[in-house]
Design a protein around this ligand. Structure first.
Ligand code: SAM
Length: 494
């Protein structure tokens, strides 16, 4: 008995090959062939692991159609597909073997409307359905959505399905947002495991810093703790591990390199962790250069558990404004107080929500718009609605007098389904309860670098790989890379 079942939907001739498929699908025949090949590999993988394997097929015969289906077909001139007994209804490239159940949807999209389907899954003790087959936006989505409503966890093999009417990206992202479908490729080692449920937060009294976007500050802190103790470390932060240890729901997170057995090969704590280490170092250097060049105010936007005020050498008359959500700043202060930490410059925490007015709070905290400032938005923009990003950049443009500078991180455009299903995202979700894909704001991003350039800022757009190369340390590009669209932007008002 396995808690996971692979559900192969409608891998039949009329949908995969021949004139019916070619007439309808934009990626026929080669795109469909690739999907069918991958679905065959998924079937083989499930069999080799003794994962419960269920085949679902469709028959479109007129006598099974309800009045609405018949009307639709007449209206749109559609002919029934996969007629019972026809070549079109036969399985394409997969053959159920003894012991594998086949369920038939008679003029229905939803596998749960096939007689006996749900009963079978319940009898087998299945809790988690992995979907492959056709089409993502029709029968796969309908069945997956139905599964979710019945309490099954849902994973979708993005390389084993393709959509008919919508783009693959649109439907997959919708499935992920609407019912938490896990988007994975077949090669993801976590495919066959039941998705972990992130720690209870709303009812368990877990602190706000351990929930939602605030939890990302703990993820970065853990990465900095690990980086600190690497033999080839790029940045040191001796406070970082104390934040992680103080958060009850993070007690199993690693804070030392030896606690990450796969080392740099670990997509989360190895590669992404190193990315955070590199980012910390690059922005440490940037802030130091800016204050030594004359800026006396540093504004850390979405400061989270950033301890630059405690770690870096500051000229005597500097002030560091740390802007974040009130509970994050409160948690941070508690931990720092318990450690007896003393800042190396004047430090002013400012509770804000960047989706609302935050400039008033910064002004009230003593920010001086007549003197040069250095601004950091490290790991913030990705989570902000595009309008909030626009307002933030506009504020920096108004408040940053000559010789002011800003460094910020963005993602260019939206990530492909392949990238969205990369292991780093699923590991972050499963191991540490950080669902980055649902935390990233889905709206199209503004061109903040372009805007600053148009306002007279000298702007440089870089990739993290540029810095990894120059340090000789840090992540290198890879296929379907969740870091590929990341840009670090540096701008100075001249
Ligand atoms: N810059 C810090 C670092 O690199 O360690 C923290 C980065 S963490 C990934 C993102 C931070 O942005 C979190 O501390 C979160 O609370 C903050 N944040 C996200 N959305 C925010 C909002 N609307 N208002 C205030 N803070 C926000």
């Amino acid at each position: 008995m396995t808690a996971t079942a692979l559900v192969v939907i409608d891998l039949q001739n009329d949908f995969c090959t021949g004139p019916a498929a070619a007439g309808r699908h934009r990626r026929a025949p080669t795109g469909l062939d690739v999907v069918a090949d991958n679905a065959v590999r998924a079937v083989a993988a499930a069999r080799s692991r003794a994962v419960e394997l269920v085949h679902v097929r469709f028959t479109g015969d007129a006598e099974h159609q309800g009045p609405s289906w018949r009307r639709r077909d007449l209206l749109l001139g559609k002919a029934p597909k996969c007629r019972e007994g026809s070549w079109g209804a036969e399985f394409h490239r997969v053959r159920p073997v003894e012991g594998e159940r086949v369920f038939t949807k008679r003029a229905r999209f939803d596998a749960f409307l096939a007689e006996g389907f749900e009963d079978h899954l319940r009898e087998k003790g299945v809790e988690h359905l992995v979907f492959a087959g056709l089409y993502t936006d029709v029968c796969v989505d309908t069945s997956a959505r139905s599964a979710f409503q019945r309490g099954f966890h849902v994973s979708v093999l993005t390389d084993c399905t393709t959509s008919l009417h919508l783009t693959d990206e649109a439907i997959l992202s919708f499935m992920s947002t609407l019912y938490g479908a896990r988007l994975m490729t077949l090669d993801d080692p976590e495919v066959w495991s039941v998705p972990a449920t992130p720690p209870e937060t709303a009812d368990s009294g877990g602190q706000v810093v351990e929930r939602g976007v605030a939890r990302t500050s703990l993820m970065v802190a853990a990465a900095r703790a690990i980086e600190t103790h690497r033999h080839d470390s790029l940045a040191r932060d001796d406070y970082a591990e104390h934040f992680v240890r103080a958060a009850g729901t993070c007690e199993n997170w690693p804070v030392r390199p030896h606690e990450v057995p796969a080392g740099d090969e670990d997509p989360l704590w190895g590669r992404l962790g190193r990315y955070f280490g590199l980012r910390t170092r690059v922005l440490d250097d940037f802030v130091q250069r800016s204050v030594h060049a004359g800026a006396r105010q540093a504004v850390l936007l979405g400061a989270g558990l950033d301890t630059r005020a405690f770690r870096l050498d500051w000229p005597r008359d500097c002030v560091v404004f740390e802007l974040d959500q009130d509970p994050v700043l409160g948690f941070k202060q508690d931990v720092l107080d318990r450690l007896g930490a003393t800042p190396r410059t004047r430090r002013v925490p400012v509770a804000v929500d960047f989706r609302q007015d935050w400039e008033t709070a910064l002004a009230a905290a003593g920010f001086d718009p007549t003197s040069p400032s250095v601004w950091l938005a490290e790991g913030l923009m990705l989570y902000l609605p595009s309008d909030a990003e626009r307002r933030l950049i506009d504020a920096v443009d108004r408040l940053g007098v000559r010789d002011s500078s800003i460094a910020f991180e963005v993602k260019l455009g939206s990530e492909s389904p392949q990238v969205r299903s990369s292991t780093v995202y699923s590991l972050a979700r499963q191991r540490i309860g950080v669902d980055l894909l649902s935390l990233f704001d889905a709206e199209p991003r503004p061109d903040s670098a372009g805007y600053l350039a148009s306002r007279g800022w000298a702007t440089e757009v870089t990739t993290p790989f540029d810095f990894a190369r120059s340090f000789g340390r840090g992540p290198e590009p890879q296929a379907d890379d969740a870091l590929a669209s990341n840009r670090w932007i540096f701008a100075t008002r001249t």
